[in-house]
Write a protein that binds this ligand. Structure first.
Ligand code: SAM
Length: 390
């Protein structure tokens, strides 16, 4: 509920954390000056503070040197699978020249590199027509991604923009891997028959701790209409994710595809009463955790997405949803184990076995295999590889 009078904050969990991390002092000062901040503001600051945010401070985040593994970091065959889809998409679109692929939040550039390597190896004419655009707000990361791609692709066919707000509507393939689950969420708690919102508070005596207060925006409750929560249940809601999806959808040209990969569930499963603590998780040094107030700016914070929200936003922007699949199903349909990224490795037993292990990792039912693969086309297109068995 939107507040008209002063907000009352009720202290909840107490977690003692030192202020060693530079961002911890900044957050403590801010809260002492302005009062408790919403969990979404806390997460935004922890992940995206310009100097000290987890994704802005210039240290590895994804990959073996970072804190958690994403599919492109596991093996190039994930990019090969996307490249295979791109080839068919371009063929169906009448081989446009240039063919515009755009990736949002490219991380280390691993996905871009493996897509382009696959195209150069299997479809040189398409590779020569492919303009690859990276959307990366962090200038240092953008430069590293660009240098990586220049090893594979021509300088004049790689470009970069800082923000999804700069996207025009002429992109044939718009891709994002684990973008939406890295966007800030609000947390709500159900108790005594009503929802309250969780805020981050600080005092020298208690350190960072959680407080609850009335829900700050009516819109936060909208996805929860029709669900029957359990007493004590915590959920995450993120209305801003819908506007990100809208902007990505608006970037897709006729005959083009928006392809999103993310951990998430349909709304009824995401907010099921047995999921009492929500889906928020942290990652540090490949160890999952559940304390988002520890190590501000030095650990990842993520929450699963509401697949219905993505569907609704993409369809409202004029796109057509392809059948829902998880990554294991999509890769099996694509025949991942026979894609050149695996098949070519057969000349070398070590590489071949590594590629086969990567297929298992990428399709692991409790891990990367359960990632949702969300495809949305503009206009009707024939089923693409991945959505039909090869
Ligand atoms: C979980 S990481 C995934 C990185 C990479 N896609 C991968 O799969 O390895 C999420 C990425 O999304 C980026 N990100 C978040 N919001 C963004 C935005 N508005 N525009 C572009 N990138 C964004 C973050 O900076 C981070 O690099």
């Amino acid at each position: 509920m939107t507040q008209s009078g002063p907000t009352t904050f009720n202290p909840l969990a107490v977690a003692q954390h030192t202020l060693d991390a530079p961002l911890a002092q900044i957050l403590a000062d801010r809260i002492q000056c302005d009062g408790p901040i919403s969990f979404a503001d806390w997460m935004e600051c922890c992940l995206y503070h310009p100097q000290h945010g987890y994704y802005r401070r210039g240290k590895p985040t994804v990959g073996r040197d970072g804190d958690f593994l994403t599919s492109p970091e596991v093996h190039p065959l994930f990019g090969a699978a996307v490249g295979h889809v791109a080839s068919e998409l371009r063929r169906q679109a009448g081989n446009p020249q240039p063919f515009q692929i755009t990736e949002i939040g490219p991380g280390t550039g691993a996905l871009a590199e493996s897509i382009l390597r696959h195209l150069h190896a299997t479809a040189p004419e398409l590779a020569a027509a492919t303009r690859y655009r990276l959307v990366e707000p962090n200038a240092a990361a953008a430069e590293q991604q660009r240098q990586r791609l220049l090893q594979v692709h021509s300088d004049r066919l790689v470009d970069q923009i800082l923000s999804i707000d700069q996207l025009s509507g002429d992109h044939h393939l718009v891709i994002a891997n684990e973008l939406l689950d890295a966007l800030p969420v609000h947390r709500l708690s159900f108790s005594g028959g009503r929802w309250t919102e969780l805020f981050a508070d600080y005092s020298p005596a208690l350190g960072f701790h959680e407080t609850s207060a009335a829900v700050s925006r009516e819109a936060l409750l909208e996805p929860l209409a029709g669900i029957t929560p359990a007493d004590g249940q915590i959920v995450e809601v993120a209305p801003d994710r819908a506007s990100v999806v809208t902007r990505l959808a608006n970037a897709v040209a006729d005959g083009g595809l928006l392809l999103l990969f993310d951990y998430g569930y349909p709304r009824d499963r995401l907010y099921a009463s047995w999921r009492r603590d929500g889906t928020l998780m942290t990652f540090r040094g490949h160890v999952p955790g559940d304390d988002p107030y520890a190590h501000p700016g030095e650990q990842d914070i993520t929450a699963h997405i509401d697949l219905d929200q993505v569907d609704e936003a993409a369809q409202a922007a004029g796109l057509t949803a392809m059948p829902a699949l998880n990554q294991a199903e999509w890769l099996h349909n694509l025949g991942a184990a026979v894609l050149p990224a695996v098949a070519d490795a057969q000349v070398d037993t070590g590489r071949y076995l590594a590629a086969r292990r990567a297929v298992e990792t990428l399709t692991e039912p409790a891990g990367l295999g359960r990632i949702a693969v969300m495809g949305f086309s503009r206009g009707s297109i024939a089923p693409l590889p991945g959505w039909t068995a090869s």
